[in-house]
Design a protein. Structure first.
Length: 561
């Protein structure tokens, strides 16, 4: 029997389909499956149509399937929208006490909830539990997940879940798989938050902007992560407060989307000039301008690479799943402080909000962590060698000693103007020296990037045809490549660009195609600037991610040309 399934659970905004999907995903995870959940919702508080698509398999895929095996409908519109996607032998489960439908399995969820005097949204509890029985999942697993995940009216929800389970029957028993206890389910935003906290983050600043908002909410909820959360009045205040905290010696991060990041570019340049370490999460959504608040496009890559005025070094890191969010957020915060420069962490809507299986034990958080105490000790060593502290001391590697206001016997100067080694404004030949110092730092950064896992390769590594992609598109690209016997190349650290790693990944490749969620092939343009040409762009820009089959079909057409 196959061990790769897909289901959709949907309803109106306000009906709780997302929470129901999350609970169902955790039930399936506890049954031994590797789970990936795609979230699709409109920019509405109530009404419209929302759905979660859950792919659960033995192998583990980070992509959607075009055809689904199961459909759980909280309203009639969900059936109307998705019945066409259901396989011929697929199963529909719906609330028969809320609407009528002549096919599928009706569960009188609303009626059961009313009998027990529960809230209307609790119909989800009944449906999820009933569906678990349809799949043959043990009641104890269902019970344990509900007990852990439900925070209010726990006893009533458990009673409703039990009733839903008992009135249902097993129709399509899925195989039980071996549980990996080290794996957890996290969204990309949650994984990013955990990675930052492990790197010693002190402050997180944010102004609500989809799809970055849930990072702020997660930090606020997870007091055990020991990160203070500040919500200023706007995005400009967000980055300025974060810079102030970093200047004072506290590791700080902030999150926004394209529109908010646009407002931050002046302060980004200030970070570059003042050499203040800052970690900026930019989670892309459909644009231009306000665009599509709840849908995805990978349209900000060129923007974050060039944002700000004047030349200054920066890191741009673009992970492709939650496991990478966990590792590279940890790494990125350390890089910001080691090189005293901005790090832009480029996510996208689906990467931020979709749910992935993650193994935290695969990340060595003890390695390469740069602590403020370590920086203080290094400063103390340097300060003993000189009479007066030079904040912007010209060094061979371009990295100057970092100290903070309030430290004994020193004066720390920072400025938005070009300056000498002490931080005093200048307009002479010293300008050349300072510009060249920052560029030497860039060259040092570039050498370090080549030592890091900046480029990954998947699929058939001997193939002469390769797909290059970044961010959320990694998942469907890998699945398509494996089906076609192709190679996939994923640059993760895009600035500074790991030229040597990329050229090694391209060895033997005769045809290269970029796979991106934008209209112009922005990654392909980045590659061209590095002397690497692609033979074709596989693009999608309707706000939804690729299906693997879409990529396969487009590649086949390209190869026929």
């Amino acid at each position: 029997m196959k061990k790769d399934f897909s289901l959709i659970i949907g309803g109106k905004a306000g009906q709780g389909s997302r929470l129901a999907g999350a609970i169902l995903g955790k039930i399936l995870k506890e049954y031994g499956y590797k789970v990936y959940i795609y979230e699709d919702y409109q920019s509405l508080i109530k009404g419209g149509h929302n759905f979660s698509e859950i792919r659960f398999s033995e192998k583990g895929f980070f992509s959607r399937k075009k055809e689904i095996d199961f459909l759980l409908a909280l309203d009639k519109e969900t059936i109307d929208f998705h019945q066409k996607d259901l396989k011929k032998e697929g199963i529909i489960v719906f609330d028969s006490s809320s609407f009528s439908f002549d096919k599928g399995i009706g569960i009188e969820a609303k009626k059961i909830v009313e009998k027990e005097k529960g809230l209307p949204i609790m119909a989800n509890t009944v449906l999820v539990s009933a569906f678990s029985k349809i799949l043959g999942i043990d009641w104890q697993i269902v019970k344990d997940v509900f007990e852990k995940e439900i925070k209010t009216e726990k006893e009533l929800n458990l009673k409703l879940a039990k009733e839903g389970y008992e009135i249902s029957k097993t129709i399509f028993k899925i195989p039980k798989l071996k549980l990996n206890k080290d794996e957890v389910l996290l969204t990309g935003n949650e994984a990013t938050a955990i990675g930052l906290s492990r790197a010693g983050l002190s402050f997180y600043f944010g102004y609500p902007m989809t799809p970055a908002t849930s990072i702020m909410n997660y930090f606020a909820k997870r007091e055990d992560l020991n990160v203070k959360v500040v919500q200023p009045e706007n995005e400009i205040a967000v980055i300025n407060m974060a810079l102030g905290a970093a200047f004072a010696g506290k590791k700080s991060a902030l999150g926004t989307s394209g529109g908010g990041f646009a407002l931050m570019t002046e302060a980004l340049s200030l970070a570059g000039q003042s050499e203040t370490p800052i970690f900026i999460i930019e989670s892309q959504r459909g644009g231009p301008s306000t665009g599509m608040p709840t849908y995805n496009l990978q349209g900000d890559l060129l923007f974050v690479l060039s944002a700000g005025h004047g030349d200054f070094p920066r890191f741009v890191i673009a992970p492709g799943d939650a496991q990478e969010c966990l590792l590279y957020s940890f790494l990125g915060l350390n890089l910001a402080w080691k090189y005293q420069t901005p790090v832009i962490f480029l996510l996208d809507k689906d990467l931020s909000e979709n749910t992935f299986f993650v193994n935290e034990k695969l990340v060595n958080f003890s390695k390469s962590r740069i602590s403020t105490n370590l920086l203080n000790r290094e400063f103390a060593r340097i300060s003993q060698m000189q009479k007066e502290y030079k904040r912007y001391e010209i060094t061979k590697d371009g990295i100057s000693p970092l100290a903070f206001p309030g430290m004994k016997g020193i004066i720390v100067k920072a400025t938005s103007y070009e300056h000498d080694e002490f931080g005093i404004t200048i307009d002479s030949e010293d300008v050349v020296k300072m510009q060249e110092k920052r560029m030497r730092k860039y060259e040092t950064m570039k050498k370090e990037v080549e030592k890091l896992p900046a480029v990954k390769v998947y699929g058939n590594k001997k193939s002469k045809i390769a797909l290059v992609t970044f961010g959320i598109t990694k998942g469907p690209a890998i699945e398509a490549a494996e089906n076609l016997g192709l190679k996939v190349i994923q640059p993760i650290i895009i600035e500074p660009f790991a030229t040597n790693q990329m050229r090694k990944a391209l060895e033997g490749v005769k045809k290269l195609f970029s796979v991106e969620l934008n209209t112009t092939g922005q990654l392909a343009k980045v590659l061209k600037s590095q002397g690497i040409n692609v033979q074709g762009n596989i693009l999608k820009y309707n706000g939804r991610p690729f299906f693997a089959k879409e990529i396969e079909e487009k590649i086949k057409k390209e190869l026929k040309k």
